[in-house]
Design a protein around this ligand. Structure first.
Ligand SMILES: Cc1cc2nc3c(=O)[nH]c(=O)nc-3n(C[C@H](O)[C@H](O)[C@H](O)COP(=O)(O)O)c2cc1C
Length: 302
């Protein structure tokens, strides 16, 4: 999760028994990469790193920088993963790709991807707004023997249990960790997400158009709805024609000031499940409740 999951959060998740993932922004500064690596490079537990595929297709330097410190998993999503996946494989990392429709799934079934991450439209941040997590998961587990990971809308132990019962080998959780104490991001973001409910997110390209970020049109983002998205989410063509440098600057300022009504606060429907700031270890402990839920289900339905 670029903007939320730096080395600190990834390390905390890894120490708590997960595989913490560093979310790399589209053009990371060298100094930023070094700072994140400082947090994870001496971990004795596995950690990983996720890239926006479109951003590393032509410039794999950030991939190489992380690979020299031994991530267990390298995720390349939302773009052609071929070049980055080859580098990751060569360095001995497992490769992962988030898939959001049948064509993505077909690509992820090629030999260079080890882990198929079914990322439903419920999820926070960028991705497709097509299939939901459960249909994608069912399709993937019936199509491959590769490990399948479920993502999108999973924020409680019951959600984890449902995904594992549905055939996932693991879950990939974003939104629930955006408000973790170790997550980066302004306090306003954490407060707003903790206060938000199931119906408070919107899937839109409006924020990217306003910021002139070159995401492909099929990858909008799910964020907290606010005044800006209320105004523009349903008038995308008009926004494209009026978006100018002044709007871009306003958006940059809004992000710096963490202006709740103007800036994008990326988060998915799992906002419904975070209510207070918790440490990553506490969140992991909450999610680990899936074991008791599955054991209970096994007793009831055996
Ligand atoms: C704040 C935020 C930032 C994200 N940034 C990235 C990113 O940089 N790269 C990426 O592959 N996915 C990113 N995602 C998407 C996640 O990898 C994942 O698909 C999503 O969080 C799963 O759904 P959930 O949010 O319901 O848990 C981001 C998600 C959030 C909430």
């Amino acid at each position: 999760m670029a903007g939320a999951a730096g080395g600190l959060l990834a390390a905390a998740v890894s120490r708590a028994g997960g595989v913490g993932m560093i979310g790399v922004p589209s053009s990371p500064a060298e100094q930023w990469i070094d700072q994140q690596l400082e947090e994870v490079k001496s971990l004795s537990t596995p950690w990983g790193v996720g890239f926006m595929g479109w951003a590393v297709e032509d410039n794999p330097e950030p991939v190489e920088a992380f690979l020299s410190h031994g991530p267990a998993v390298v995720a390349i999503s939302f773009g052609d993963p071929t070049r980055a996946a080859a580098l990751a494989r060569e360095a001995g990392a497992l490769t992962a790709m988030q898939v959001g429709n049948t064509a993505d799934l077909r690509r992820a079934l090629q030999d260079d991807i080890d882990l198929v991450v079914c990322r439903g439209a419920e999820g926070g941040g960028h991705g497709r707004n097509e299939a939901g997590t459960l249909p994608l998961l069912q399709l993937a587990v019936s199509s491959t023997r590769k490990p399948v990971i479920a993502a999108g809308g999973i924020g409680t132990a019951h959600g984890v249990a449902a995904a594992l019962a549905g055939g996932a080998q693991a879950v990939w959780v974003g939104t629930r960790f955006v408000t973790a104490s170790e997550a980066t991001g302004h306090r306003n973001i954490k407060v707003a997400i903790n206060a938000a409910g199931l119906d408070d997110t919107v899937y839109t390209r409006a924020f990217d158009i306003a910021q002139q970020i070159p995401w492909a049109p099929e990858f909008g983002g799910r964020a907290l709805a606010n005044d800006f998205s209320d105004q523009w989410a349903h008038r995308i063509e008009e926004l494209e024609s009026v978006a100018d440098e002044a709007l871009r600057q306003r958006m940059v300022r809004a992000r710096t000031e963490a202006d709740v009504q103007m800036a994008p606060f990326y988060a998915g429907q799992a906002v419904a499940f975070s209510h207070e700031e918790q440490s990553a270890a506490q969140i992991m402990e909450d999610l680990a409740g899936y074991r008791a839920i599955l054991a209970d289900a096994a007793r009831r339905f055996a």
